[in-house]
Design a protein around this ligand. Structure first.
Ligand code: FAQ
Length: 329
């Protein structure tokens, strides 16, 4: 397990909360303890707003950047059925970004600002989408296991405290359960196919395993936001709890297919019920989420081009119709 050492610097929450009115803060926390939902016009501490914007925005960015590794496989998908399914999946991911940007907007940050912050590298998105999908098998592993990981996290957080985020997550999970089925089916097809197909999916699995282990975030001991986010029921499960749940649900399914994982220490401890594994390289994780991964620059360049090429469409949609009507002489 995690051997200790600080990966991130922890914010001073006492300092950040010192300007809040204690009575309002107590009432807010009592509402959360009672399981009530907080809605956009309700009173909330500035830090709750800030944390939610950070997390929902990163989540939204992850959906649009996440559409890219699989998106590049649409034209090369093996067969019409797979092509249609993958196209629908990628479209869903972009739709999820729309839902999430809308949820983040209810907290007061504009979509334009969020997209600017993505392109300039000011805000983060999931580590995992900075790795290349070399083969069709990479794309199937993403559809199965990245979606699986996303569902573990999102299902837990859909029971959280902020109404608009929870409602968006419920809908996202429903759609992602289809992605998961599609991805699992595509992986089974390769794993039970020809020796070349089997080799291809095995290699893809080995490539994606370390970023998948990173996907749930740093170990709980090193997570700097979990304490406050769990106290305010934004996060309903810790990073390690989500990672454990993912291992519990999917490692047996991977092994069932006769596939291996690149970690000789991976095993379930029957006494504790916990999975034991080799700690992934957290220095690599830190580099990747801070912009220095294998494809960070390429991913942001694609996004930046999409923004500038689509500007005229957005402007045309926003301008009143009258401007386009040539008055009759
Ligand atoms: N990647 O203190 P913690 C998907 C950062 S959706 C990048 O533990 P927290 C769908 C973290 O932001 C996938 N950065 O942070 C799909 C913080 O940095 P900051 C996205 C990460 O917030 C499938 C620092 O490390 N899901 O895949 C990551 O308590 C297939 C310290 O970490 C969500 O965003 C990471 N993996 O916990 C699409 C779910 N982990 O901001 C296409 C919502 C940590 O201080 C194809 N988010 N960091 O500079 C969450 O649940 C949480 O934010 C965590 C991190 C669990 C990601």
């Amino acid at each position: 397990m995690y051997g200790g050492g600080q990966i991130f610097e922890a914010p001073d929450y006492k300092e950040l909360l010192k300007n809040e009115d204690p009575e309002q803060l107590a009432e807010f926390e009592a509402r959360i303890d009672r399981g009530e939902k907080i809605e956009p016009h309700d009173w909330m501490p500035a830090l709750y707003r800030k944390q939610l914007i950070r997390m929902i925005e990163q989540h939204a960015h992850s959906e649009i950047i996440g559409a890219l590794p699989e998106g590049t496989w649409i034209t090369r998908a093996p067969g019409f059925k797979r092509k249609l399914a993958l196209m629908a999946k990628v479209q869903d991911e972009v739709g999820h970004a729309q839902l999430l940007y809308a949820a983040a907007e209810t907290l007061g940050k504009s979509r334009e600002q969020m997209l600017d912050d993505l392109i300039t590298g000011k805000s983060k998105y999931s580590n995992i989408f900075n790795y290349p999908a070399f083969t069709w098998a990479d794309s199937t592993v993403i559809s199965w296991l990245v979606d699986a990981g996303a569902i573990v996290n999102q299902l837990a957080n859909s029971k959280g405290s902020y109404g608009p985020y929870c409602r968006a997550l419920e809908r996202i999970c429903a759609e992602e359960s289809f992605h998961l089925k599609y991805g699992h089916h595509a992986v089974i097809h390769l794993a039970t196919g020809s020796p070349i197909q089997r080799k291809m999916v095995q290699e893809a699995l080995h490539r994606w395993w370390p970023p998948l282990m990173h996907f749930f975030g740093p170990p709980d001991k090193a997570s700097v936001h979990s304490e406050i986010l769990m106290r305010w029921k934004v996060k309903m499960a810790s990073n390690d709890e989500c990672r454990q749940q993912f291992l519990d649900m999917y490692v047996p399914k991977i092994w069932e297919l006769g596939l291996t994982l690149p970690d000789p220490n991976l095993k379930k401890n029957q006494e504790t019920g916990q999975w034991e594994y080799t700690e992934p390289d957290w220095e690599e994780f830190k580099r990747v989420i801070n912009g220095d991964g294998p494809l960070n620059k390429e991913r942001l360049a694609v996004r930046s081009t999409a923004e500038s090429r689509g500007r005229w469409v957005r402007e045309a949609l926003l301008r009143p119709k009258a401007e386009y009507v040539t008055p009759l002489a």
